[in-house]
Design a protein around this ligand. Structure first.
Ligand SMILES: *Cc1c(COP(=O)(O)O)cnc(C)c1O
Length: 393
């Protein structure tokens, strides 16, 4: 990794890993027949930078990109993406006309949404059915009405229904009964859509875990988020595929110093040194998205060893046990990475704090700067500000 002026702390994203993961996933799902791949780049590309993640995914063969909001879709267009793009979370009053003008496909959950989209049309729209997640999407009792309304708008030339789709509740638990039930319900929805006269190009149901673990759910397209970033969608279940985590978070040690047996460390003295040791100050805290729950549970990597976080994580800083060593200020601290050198992974952090890797990577931000590198070409891009707001810069 080329070092320019060493930043206090940074997120380094290897876009080559995203490219390779997307290529691998697309090959995996297309072993029997071609299945299209949508790379999901919502939430600022799961904290990896939306525009850069999108470009890497496209170069790895992503046919589609998916985001939650219209704002995210428009930001991708502003960043120069011109390919097939779907968004699926609108709130009343959203600007469907802007999405249509930018050639973004939108998703309808209700007849009222269909009407609003049609009023902004002619629009390309996908229909989301709730097959059992009980989150967004039309509920079973409304499917006939929903499809009939869509067919009427289509006949009138106000919309073109390009897809029908749904989302799993428990795809990371392959034996969960909801998976079979939802897939059966989805097939029923597709049959009803056809009876209503709809001829969508795409039926899709699978996220990363289902794409990998449940071939019957692949239909025409799979929507892969977490796996594209190299993180495991179903820890303990997913077979080894060779996915590579794209994100590394690192910092410069602020200082190292001795503490004596019995000394308390950080706010509330929730940890006391059992024996004389040394501690290091790392300039990252919960305001940067480091979970406060990592106090006394997570570890970081300093000079080829795991160093446990001691005491509470503060707003801007955390303290680690250096086991008697006194590395110089400025020494590299790796908080998480692909794990090649022994450093913790996002999955390790998730387990340490009782969450999922999705939350670990998407919440990182605050004052962290983000740098994109391409290990295929050794290119490094200018540093961008990591924000928690899904902004593209
Ligand atoms: C976020 C999201 C995905 C991606 O899920 P992963 O588990 O990250 O692959 C797919 N579909 C929808 C509707 C989503 O909201």
């Amino acid at each position: 990794m080329p070092d320019l002026v060493p930043p206090r702390a940074e997120i380094v994203v290897d876009v080559a890993a995203i490219r390779a993961n997307v290529r691998l996933l697309k090959d995996l799902v297309s072993t029997e027949r071609p299945v299209r791949l949508m790379a999901v780049v919502k939430a600022d590309g799961y904290g990896h930078g939306m525009a850069e993640a999108a470009a890497a995914a496209r170069s790895g063969g992503a046919d589609w990109l998916g985001v939650a909001t219209i704002e995210e879709a428009l930001a991708l267009r502003a960043a120069g993406d011109r390919g097939p793009l779907l968004c699926w979370l609108s709130a009343p009053g959203d600007d469907f006309a802007a999405a249509v003008a930018a050639d973004v496909e939108v998703t309808a959950y209700t007849v009222a949404e269909l009407d609003a989209i049609a009023a902004a049309g002619p629009a390309r729209v996908q229909l989301k059915v709730d097959t059992g997640l009980s989150r967004g999407g039309a509920v079973r009792a409304e499917w006939e009405t929903f499809f009939a309304a869509a067919a009427a708008h289509e006949s009138a030339g106000r919309v073109r229904v390009t897809g029908v789709w749904s989302h799993f509740a428990a795809s990371d638990e392959p034996a969960h009964p909801a998976n079979d039930q939802q897939e059966a319900a989805f097939r029923e929805a597709l049959a009803l859509a056809e009876q209503a006269g709809l001829r969508p190009d795409l039926a899709h149901l699978a996220n990363s875990a289902a794409a990998i673990l449940r071939p019957s759910s692949r239909f025409d397209l799979v929507r892969c988020g977490i796996a594209a970033y190299g993180l495991d969608p179903a820890p303990g279940v997913t077979p080894r595929l060779g996915l590579r985590p794209a994100m590394t978070v690192r910092a410069r040690l602020v200082m190292s110093k001795p503490v004596a047996a019995g000394d308390g460390v950080s706010y509330g003295h929730t940890w006391h040194a059992e024996r004389d040791t040394t501690v290091g100050v790392v300039p990252l805290g919960y305001a940067d998205g480091i979970p406060r729950a990592a106090g006394n549970t997570a570890s970081v990597w300093v000079e080829d060893s795991l160093r446990p976080v001691r005491g509470r994580v503060c707003m801007d800083q955390l303290v680690v046990d250096l086991h008697g060593e006194l590395p110089a200020p400025g020494t590299e601290v790796v908080l998480l990475g692909p794990g090649d050198r022994g450093e913790p992974t996002a999955q390790d952090w998730a387990e340490a704090v009782g969450t999922i890797s999705y939350e670990v990577v998407t919440r990182l931000g605050g004052r962290l700067v983000r740098r994109h590198v391409d290990s295929d070409t050794d290119a490094t891009s200018t540093t961008s500000e990591a924000t928690t707001g899904g902004d593209v810069r």
